[in-house]
Design a protein around this ligand. Sequence first.
Ligand code: NAD
Length: 358
Amino acid sequence: MNYSAPSLERFAHCALSAYGCDAGEAKIVSEHLVAANLAGHDSHGIGMLPMYGAQIRDGNLIPNQKPEFLPRNGAITVVDAKMGFGHRITPLALDHAMETIGEQKVAILALRNAGHICRIGTYSEYCSRRGYVSIHMVNVVGHDPIVAPFGAREGGYSTNPVSMAMPLKDSPGPVLDMATSTVAFGKVRVAHNKGQTVPPGCIVDKEGVGTTDPGPMVRAKEGALTAFGEHKGSGLGVMAELMAGALAGTNTIDKARTFPNGVHNNMLSIILDPSGFDDADAIAERAQRYCNFINGLQPAKGIDSVLMPGDPENESRRRRGEHGVPIDAETLRQTADSVAKYGIAPDQLMNHLEKLPV
Ligand code: NAD
């Protein structure tokens, strides 16, 4: 069933208010989640809500938290999110870091101890919209490692996403936003909720053997995700762990505390003002020309067109903006169960949804 984006925002707002978020935080988080759905990333959309409800109950996600802005050190800004909602605190931290860009044309943000910051591309796009190029490396702690590094038969890090973007004249431009695992764990959860298998090569079972069944991993935390691109993706994943965990944060996953339902993020962001390199418009023109060049390449047999990173998300926004977002019944049921624990009747939540013809 497809639902309109505004109605999904009202649905998410209702759940987040039940969890204790004030109106401002509920608005920012619900917009972030539905924007992820619109971009085609259901793994980071409203399906996250039950996890947030459980984390708040377990005391490892704190609604309406006040972040701590540590003293600045040159271009480096450190912000401790103190386990508050990453969706709200990360833009605050980026704004604070971007205040330092000035003459030096660069700002570096170390965001630590954030509750889930969700879709990282949101933050590259946030910097792009302000005219800045940005690179973000993230580690994921709070739970046991779930990605097997190359050559290992057990987890050594989590899905450690990396994102970067370069603004064009009239848009946030190409946005690379990817987990360093073959797939994000949320995609395994979504496949499981829909009763589907995952593509071969994405996960291994508890003996390290490839499987397409997401069930044991989602239900019993058995097995591990694989790193994309063998030793190269695995290398990027462990370097993201070091950049975000050891450098920007205060711990890597081997030493970080684990919590029931715990998912916390640290992030290193490098924000560059293009005008420090050349005329910003000239850079945007060169970038646009290159994007056009890639999009104009002859597609391989069986492929419609050659895309830049970010193109699939733009296409999904166009399609889902018009036809609504498909949300499976299991995700809605889990959210209803979650808010029921906070005293909200399922109807009160479900009444926000507006169905659209598929
Ligand atoms: P994905 O594999 O769907 O896409 C990865 C990148 O490849 C995107 O930039 C996309 O635009 C690009 N892409 C996809 N198809 C393409 C094509 N045909 N041609 C050219 N480019 C193409 O994404 P993913 O790795 O599954 O990650 C999903 C989301 O999970 C991301 O938004 C990420 O930020 C998020 N995530 C968050 C956390 C966290 O802890 N907060 C952890 C892991 C992942």
